[in-house]
Design a protein around this ligand. Structure first.
Ligand SMILES: [Zn+2]
Length: 132
């Protein structure tokens, strides 16, 4: 479906379609809720939508291809998309999830100092203990 149509749909319709195409992941949502409580004092949005997707972006260069992405909307809940391939172990999925949750925690930080500080904070709390 051309993006043009997708962008013009009402939010409720768009989410229904999104849900159908991507299959919201209850597994990711479970992890998200646990990490939100454990590492963010439950301060991240409760209604964040989480999806496993087969592919993110169109770039073929390894450097530019993203493994996960977070969308923050002016209206409605944010969405976290995590690429899942058969070669990617759950440890990488968890690492991606924590990375994206840090974006939600520091929405304007990009990957700069503030973001790095947030990742360091998670590491100090032991969030990456079984992930590395
Ligand atoms: Zn990032």
């Amino acid at each position: 479906m051309p993006y043009f149509y997708f962008a013009r749909m009402r939010d409720s319709v768009r989410w229904a379609l999104w849900e159908f195409v991507m299959r919201a992941s209850s597994y990711l949502k479970g992890l998200y809720n646990i990490y939100n409580r454990r590492y963010f004092n439950g301060k991240l949005p409760e209604d964040t939508r989480l999806y496993f997707v087969p592919k993110i972006g169109k770039s073929k260069s390894a450097e530019k291809s993203n493994c996960a992405v977070t969308y923050i909307y002016a209206e409605g809940p944010p969405a976290i998309l995590i690429q899942k391939t058969k070669f990617k172990s759950m440890r990488y999925v968890v690492a991606d999830l924590l990375h994206e949750m840090s974006h939600l925690s520091k929405p304007r930080a990009d990957h700069g100092k503030v973001f790095q500080g947030e990742m360091k904070r998670l590491a100090d709390l032991g969030a990456f203990k079984e992930v590395w």
